[in-house]
Ligand binder design. Sequence first.
Ligand SMILES: Nc1ncnc2c1ncn2[C@@H]1O[C@H](COP(=O)(O)OP(=O)(O)OP(=O)(O)O)[C@@H](O)[C@H]1O
Ligand SMILES: [Mg+2]
Length: 493
Amino acid sequence: MEKLLEFRHITKVFPGVTALDDINIDLYPGEVHIIVGENGAGKSTLMKILSGAYEATSGELYMEGKLIAKNSPQVSASLGISMIYQELNLVPELSIASNIFLGHELRRGGFVNKAAQEKRANELLKEIGVYVNAGTLVKQLGVGTQQMVEIAKALSRQAKVIVFDEPTSSLTDSEITELFHIIRLLKERNVGMFYISHRLEELFQIGDRVSVLRDGKHILTDTIDHMTMDDVIEGIAGRKIENLFPHVRKPAGDPMLEIRHLTGSKFSDVSMTVRAGEIVGVSGLVGAGRTETARAAFGIDKYESGEVVVCGRKLPKRSPSRANRLGMCLLPEDRKTEGLALELSIRENIVVSSLKALNPRGIVRAKNEATEVGKSINSLEIATSSMEKLVRFLSGGTQQKVVIAKWLLSNSRVFIFDEPTRGIDVGAKSSIYQLMDELVAGGAAILMISSDMTEILGMSDRIYVMSGGKLVGELDSEGATQNEILKLAFSNV
Ligand SMILES: Nc1ncnc2c1ncn2[C@@H]1O[C@H](COP(=O)(O)OP(=O)(O)OP(=O)(O)O)[C@@H](O)[C@H]1O
Ligand SMILES: [Mg+2]
């Protein structure tokens, strides 16, 4: 079979970092080629070279045996190459149909033929099993459906190659099932796909071949049936990870966080307790009200009734800084907008929440700072050439690690982690789990919201399940099963 696409000796150098070093990877029609690797390994950069967003420093790109002499977003689109990113690129104020045909409108007599666009868009949506009217505005759709619209858009451009860069990180389980169904349909039509993900179980569900990048280098490519999960993990991390979930249960101490009968617009009568030494998981479907409850408890958003007690002291409403002073912190789900200053350096971002502790009496001690930041960079394996690098230039997952490092340094005792390892590579996941275990072993308390079922089961002492804004169950993690949790999660939707 003829190759659909080929990267030959692709190298990409950014100031201070070789993001890609002599990469040779190819793609066949109808193939799902999975690209995995640690944060900052170069996955997105490789795909941006394919889309024409970046120019390779050296190397060549071949499509159906022909050299793409000068790539650009226009050239790659005209060759049938489409990108579907995690952050979607649709215009919220426009209809589905207008989005699908944006930039290649169907016209009649010079005017955009809206009726024809809607008709064709409805056909495309039906082909992929999405039953929403193409006249609907995109802002009225959930993320899952928006992603389906992106796929319909790719199809409207007769895509031969589709790249998915971490498509599932904000999808619900049922949306993921739907996406995989569509990917299988696309395979039958001989579309070739590159698929990037940190959710390693997905490799075995839809992958044909896997390539591993590490530090900008091509480590291996093989068919999925030649590989085990352990091979993949070792390829990515460059070492064996014996025990991904190190948490050992110990008897719990006094209550550190008590959420009592909290009621707000998206949740009602939620009560949760976390004791010293405990990691308590919060499971549920996307939209169950978990993030909203956490944000209200921490004081970011308002709530109508109920109370929150931290280490025996009642928290005033709407005061994250007070919560902070009482030793509580929240690692937000949406870290890019809430947790980071993109125009500041890694060092500055990490030290903001611990400035006082590191610099007693307000005197900035550059040395303390640098030592602590250096430690965080090592333990979380933050991929960077320097701690002075602006956060804006880091890969998606590396940015997440910076936020985590910041909170781990903050001397807090009560932690709420909202999706702590989303988008994070497996090696760093293992370090984060290790750090969480050390925190609770030292007497801290952790409430961990997570949609990753293996993480919930692997790390929690107890598990709360929320559904439709209510707390619907509490399980001891010992002996708890995925099915049991799912049943509860669906009980009030
Ligand atoms: N515009 C840029 N300027 C400078 N450095 C960059 C730029 N874009 C990417 N890099 C660097 O290139 C390297 C590869 O980044 P890339 O985004 O490709 O990683 P990734 O494999 O997609 O990681 P993740 O899993 O976290 O998304 C990183 O060291 C990153 O900091
Ligand atoms: Mg990336």
